[in-house]
Design a binder for this molecule. Structure first.
Ligand code: PLP
Length: 452
């Protein structure tokens, strides 16, 4: 696989220096290229195609749904598939997270959540409330639109847009492998990073803060990174004490990806708002949602003005909601969340042998949301120089072996630091995990040989 120019066609690709293999079709965990090459989709696109490709049950359902109804605007109509999907989501979401505001993707979901938080305080405290800032973290990703990018803590993605971004405070991530406090245990790192939230709230003044947003298990920014349970226990209490809405961003981790329906279940707390996308409809159509608890909903919609001043044309697209409902039905019926937990444990054990390669720095994750961080020196954790383009090299070598992963970088200082995410479909079988590992091992071995 060469890193040459993208094909000269009319598509405005993200990266003109990448050769994009053309995919003709997919089945289960596999994608097939036009030259007959088979790839294991070891990242489900970007943790999207969670029930795999080419699901005929979804295809049949979509065909019937499209014949019945194409589109209705959620501002004026309701459809059975929209209501059913909202009921299924609310049944699965913890606590009183019962109110599903549909959007078309993850960035719209996080934007929606912060507007919801702002309007919550306006309705509760009146128009003069100063509460609008959202605290988020470095090494986090919440989307690429202006509001969501203002929360995102990836310097490379922010830098050229910096003048356009909102002034949202950033605190350190619970990134134990590279924690700034030299903590020896994950628990200590988790406590320090939770304390950083309270310090920032006091610095900013709680009267200026509407929300704190966190991924429960970090996705593309530092894949697989997660805290000790104490982190979210402390964060929940800090948010309660300072009257701040807690938003948990499950755009990547939701719908079974970590071996729980929602990843926050690992940590035993219930936030005020959960944001979702990606695996909600598994890529068969675009969909996302902000799920609000009873208090947020009733403050705006029952006791307050009764109107959330927001909305997108494709919010609550009946086909997307129908497909998401079907996806949830399949996940439940087939026991894919449990399968994800078991296959995640199985894969994690196998991955331990990768530490024999000097370029493997850290392997972490929950369920089938696993991150692998690459380093020049295992002992000192020194990253590769940016100019080596290690994330692209390893991805390219893995593609040659017939496996696709989700690469990323910049975790060390915004520029250096290479990693990739492993997030195969959650219905992967044991034999398929074995095959995935075989190809992964071969690609990493090849990369190691080329840098020696
Ligand atoms: N939040 C998280 C945690 C994500 O991982 C992503 C996408 O990767 C987003 C938000 C943004 O979602 P989208 O790309 O669908 O806008």
């Amino acid at each position: 696989m060469s890193l040459n120019k993208a094909p000269e066609n009319n598509v405005f690709y993200r990266n003109q220096n990448w050769h994009y293999p053309r995919i003709t079709h997919g089945k289960g965990i596999y994608l097939y290229g036009e030259n007959g090459k088979e790839y294991i989709d070891a990242c489900s696109g970007s943790a999207v195609a969670n029930i795999g490709h080419g699901n005929t049950e979804i295809a049949e359902f979509a065909r019937e749904h499209i014949k019945r109804i194409a589109f209705t605007h959620l501002d004026r109509w309701t459809v059975d598939s929209i209501e059913k999907c909202a009921r299924q989501v609310s049944d699965k979401a913890p606590g009183s997270l019962n109110h599903v505001y549909f959007v078309s993707g993850g960035s719209e979901a996080t934007e929606t959540a912060i507007k919801m938080a702002r309007q919550f305080y306006i309705e509760r405290d009146g128009k003069n409330t100063k509460k609008w800032k959202v605290i988020s973290k470095w090494n986090s990703f919440h989307g690429n639109t202006i509001g969501s990018l203002s929360m995102t803590g990836i310097k490379e993605r922010r830098s050229i847009y910096e003048p356009m971004l909102l002034d949202f405070p950033k605190i350190p991530q619970f990134y134990h492998y590279r924690n700034q406090w030299n903590c020896a245990t994950l628990r200590e790192t988790s406590i320090k990073s939770a304390e950083a939230l309270e310090t920032e709230i006091v610095k900013q003044g709680k009267e200026n803060i509407s929300a704190f947003i966190s991924e429960p298990v970090v996705g593309s920014a530092a894949p697989g990174v997660h805290p000790d349970k104490i982190y979210f226990e402390m964060v929940k209490e800090i948010c309660r004490k300072h009257d701040i809405i807690l938003i948990i961003d499950e755009v990547m981790s939701g719908y079974g990806r970590t071996g729980r329906y929602f990843a926050i279940e690992h940590f035993g707390i219930t936030p005020d708002i959960i944001t979702t996308g990606k695996g909600m409809s598994c890529g068969y159509t675009p969909l996302g949602a902000a799920i609000a608890n009873d208090e947020v909903f009733s403050t705006i919609m029952v006791k307050g003005s009764g109107q959330f001043i927001h909305g997108h044309t494709f919010a609550g697209n009946p086909l997307s909601c129908g497909i998401a409902g079907k996806v949830m039905e399949i996940i439940e019926r087939e026991g894919y969340v449990k399968n994800c937990e078991q296959m995640g444990e199985y894969l994690m054990k196998k991955l331990e042998s990768l530490y024999n390669y000097s370029m493997i720095g850290d392997i972490r994750g929950k369920g089938l949301m696993i991150g692998i961080e690459l380093v020049k020196d295992q002992k000192t954790k020194e990253p590769f120089p940016f100019e080596l383009k290690m994330k692209a090299k390893v991805t390219s070598n893995l593609l040659d072996e017939g496996i696709v992963v989700y690469p990323g970088g910049g975790t060390v200082d915004g520029i250096r630091g290479d990693h990739f995410l492993l997030a195969p479909p959650i219905n992967i079988t044991r034999d398929e995990v074995d095959e995935l590992f075989k190809r992964l091992d071969a690609g990493i071995k090849k990369t190691t040989e080329t840098i020696q």
